[in-house]
Design a protein around this ligand. Structure first.
Ligand SMILES: Cc1cc2nc3c(=O)[nH]c(=O)nc-3n(C[C@H](O)[C@H](O)[C@H](O)COP(=O)(O)OP(=O)(O)OC[C@H]3O[C@@H](n4cnc5c(N)ncnc54)[C@H](O)[C@@H]3O)c2cc1C
Length: 448
């Protein structure tokens, strides 16, 4: 069945989101691939990963680079996300990281998260990307009183063995006094210093312009429909031309076609994240919610809800759910998100969403993102599987993929670069795993 949210696009070719409605003009003169070309590196995918890879390849390494994007720049998750630029990557819990990877690698992963956020800030500043970046600050709020102890245990790990001081615990009284949150869901939270919010579609457009200024060629509406070899060259066919390239970077994350390249078969699982954005809320409504300035939040659920007070005083509220995208299931998901928002913030009962949209995030079997090269062909490089985070880590990982494609080595100090992208056992059952995970996590989030 046709996907109603991807067939019903704006005139500019994006899903009908709050971001598409407020982005303003995008990069112009980005044309489909005009005939055949030979370049050093071809990049498949025009989101944060592909464009930051192109920026670094063309800029730092001076390598001829061409990006092929099937739709518009930022059409995928990079133009649809919540815009929370976070230090977190991967879904492996902190205590398990320490137990399985050791303190050094866990600490290094945290440093990489902080470096990734700093890289986004740096790009915004040096490339003059006007993307409504907010001040730093993010709170992860316990969704049940029992989860406060977990947050305090994590604080002890951050402050102790991980030596990270950019985090603090806010009890109910501080959450309210410092203008974060009040009401029934304000049990306590971890405040993080190194996280901020931005307009994701403005940011990805700015990245595209920056990559083009460095000399990268970018082509929209140029889907790779076939991938062959001609001696040392890869040959990527699109409807309007072919690209011959010595190396290819795969930057397609949750939109990777199963048949794109044999290496990725059975290794990725797309899941859906959904967002509503309300009308601008009045001062009394915000007073009741307790968020006195634009800031980013999430809760402690496994299937977490995330929310932001946007610069124009709307509430953005998002969460992961959904196995099919039929019109009726989309309507149910929209109503479900509205009800969840109202359950958290009773003053918003009946407010509903002026906008609703969804997009694909990408899961790996080991719950970690991966940057590396295909086992059987080191000229195929990839950066993907960001598991619902990506504003910062996709930008950062695109740079690592660029270094690999330029023939440089990258530090193998965390599973991001050191571990192989694993295959799912019985990959044909991946959708069933997802259904099972939604069930188990849903029960756990509700009762534990
Ligand atoms: C609703 C939602 C909310 C989110 N919220 C946050 C958040 O608040 N903070 C955060 O850090 N992360 C968030 N994420 C995750 C984040 O958006 C992604 O991890 C990140 O954008 C991934 O970037 P990417 O460039 O790797 O992939 P994408 O931006 O998805 O880009 C992949 C591109 O590949 C293209 N493509 C696919 N196949 C082909 C082909 N054959 N030929 C050419 N092009 C092709 C697609 O058209 C697509 O544009 C969210 C995601 C979603 C969906």
């Amino acid at each position: 069945m046709a996907d109603p949210m991807t067939t019903a696009l704006t005139p500019a070719g994006h899903v009908h989101s709050y971001w598409a409605a407020t982005v303003g003009p995008g990069p112009d003169n980005v044309r489909p691939l005009p005939g055949d070309r030979t370049v050093e590196v071809a990049v498949i995918g025009g989101g944060y990963t592909g464009l930051s890879a192109a920026y670094r390849l063309a800029g730092t390494h001076g390598i001829e680079t061409l990006v092929l994007e099937a739709n518009r720049i930022g059409w995928g998750a990079s133009g649809r996300n919540g815009g929370i630029c976070s230090i977190t990557f991967g879904k492996v819990p902190l205590a398990r990281r320490i137990a399985e990877w050791g303190v050094e690698a866990t600490r290094r992963a945290l440093e990489i998260g902080v470096e990734a956020v700093a890289l986004v800030r740096h790009l915004i500043t040096t490339e003059g990307i006007a993307c409504d970046a907010t001040a730093n600050g993010y709170v992860q709020v316990a969704h049940r009183p029992e989860r406060v102890a977990d947050l305090q245990a994590r604080l002890a790990l951050y402050r102790g063995p991980l030596r990270y001081d950019g985090v603090d615990f806010l009890d109910r009284e501080r959450l309210e006094r410092e203008g974060h949150l009040r009401g029934p869901s304000a049990h306590g939270g971890l405040w993080f210093r190194d996280v901020f919010g931005l307009h994701p579609l403005k940011y990805v457009n700015g990245l595209a312009l920056a990559a083009m200024r460095q000399g990268a060629l970018v082509h929209e509406r140029s889907p790779v429909v076939a991938w062959g070899r001609d001696g040392a060259h890869h040959v990527l066919a699109t409807p309007t031309g072919r690209v011959r390239a010595r190396r290819v970077i795969v930057a397609t994350n949750g939109y990777t076609p199963e048949r794109l390249h044999p290496h990725f078969r059975g290794r990725l699982l797309a899941a859906t994240s959904n967002i509503i954005v309300t009308r601008p809320l009045g001062p009394a409504e915000w007073q009741d919610v307790g968020s006195l300035r634009p800031q980013c939040y999430a809760d402690t659920r496994d299937l977490l809800f995330y929310w932001r007070r946007l610069p124009d005083d709307r509430m953005l509220f998002g969460g992961r759910a959904g196995l099919v995208n039929t019109p009726s299931s989309l309507r149910r998901r929209r109503r479900w998100l509205e009800a969840q928002m109202a359950a958290k913030f009773p003053v918003l009962a009946g407010v509903g969403g002026e906008y609703f949209w969804y997009g694909n995030v990408c899961l790996s079997y080991d719950l970690m993102p991966h940057v590396g090269a295909a086992d059987e062909d080191s000229t195929v490089v990839y950066a993907l599987a960001y598991l619902g985070n990506g504003v910062s880590i996709a930008t950062y990982s695109g740079g690592l993929a660029a270094d690999l494609a330029a023939g440089k080595d990258v530090p193998r100090d965390t599973p991001l670069t050191a571990a192989r992208l694993p295959r799912f056992p019985l990959p044909l059952l991946r959708r069933l795993y997802l259904a099972g995970a939604y069930l188990v996590y849903g029960v756990k989030d509700r009762w534990l």
